[in-house]
Design a protein around this ligand. Structure first.
Ligand code: ADP
Ligand code: MG
Length: 229
């Protein structure tokens, strides 16, 4: 049954295109991608290496230019915004997890989760409470004051997950978030990530090679020859 007061999709792509030229050769990576993700929906993005998953996530994350087509985030057409407004839209609505954690090496786990909240205007007290809650939910209660170099790969990615969710984004974009971990650790971290995202009510778009775990998400989309199927 359709909900007459359903909110805007958190992301809407219409005819998204991106080509790259290198050494006189042009490759059309995205050839008209259409996608809508509803609030709270968790979507797996599958596709072989080189199919354009990262390119698509960069478009939605408003991280790169050079795209044509419509990119709408929480009802706002992002393609017509100035740089500052894009930054604000990204900060207010999106969280990111990458294959390599990109944590700040000189800051401990809790600070890595506190800092983006302070950038977004929270007080240190609020930010620390939220960070400790998230890290505890991910099993890191005893690692709050460890720096990234003192954590295992799985623990580092858990901190990256906590950081992505810190500002309660409506959607998390994750680019092979467990691609750098051994299989058993990857399964556990992805499992915990999904549970936390569901608990928070965020939507997510997760690029992954893990077909089995993809089936645990609400929907699977595949990039094939530049379009989603
Ligand atoms: P995936 O994440 O699915 O592995 P990517 O989005 O990274 O795929 O890349 C898709 C294609 O676009 C690849 O052929 C890649 O070489 C090309 N590509 C991506 N980024 C660039 C870039 N900045 N310059 C040139 N080619 C690029
Ligand atoms: Mg990629």
């Amino acid at each position: 049954m359709s909900d007459p007061v359903a909110k805007n999709p958190v992301v809407r792509l219409r005819d998204l295109r991106r080509s790259f030229s290198q050494g006189g050769v042009t490759i059309d990576v995205l050839r008209g991608v259409n996608l809508e993700i509803r609030p709270g929906e968790i979507v797996a993005l599958l596709g072989p290496s080189g199919s354009g998953k990262s390119t698509m996530l960069q478009a939605i994350g408003l991280l790169e230019g050079g795209f044509s087509g419509l990119i709408e985030i929480a009802g706002t057409n992002a393609s017509q915004l100035s740089g500052d407004d894009r930054t604000a839209l990204r900060r207010d609505h999106l969280g990111f997890v990458y294959q390599f954690h990109h944590l700040l090496p000189d800051f401990n786990a809790i600070e890595n989760v506190v800092l983006p909240q302070m950038v977004a205007g929270k007080t240190r007290g609020e930010a620390e409470t939220r960070a400790a809650e998230l890290l505890t939910a991910l099993g890191l209660a005893k690692r709050l004051d460890h720096r990234p170099s003192q954590l295992s790969g799985g623990e580092q990615q858990r901190v990256a997950v906590a950081r992505a969710l810190a500002n309660r984004p409506e959607m998390v974009l994750a680019d092979e978030p467990t691609g750098n971990l051994d299989e058993a650790t990857a399964d556990r971290v992805l499992e915990e990530f999904l549970k936390l995202v569901r608990g928070e009510g965020s939507a997510a778009l997760i690029a992954t090679h893990n077909e089995r775990l993809a089936l645990r998400m609400d929907r699977v989309v595949r990039l094939h020859e530049g379009v989603l199927e």
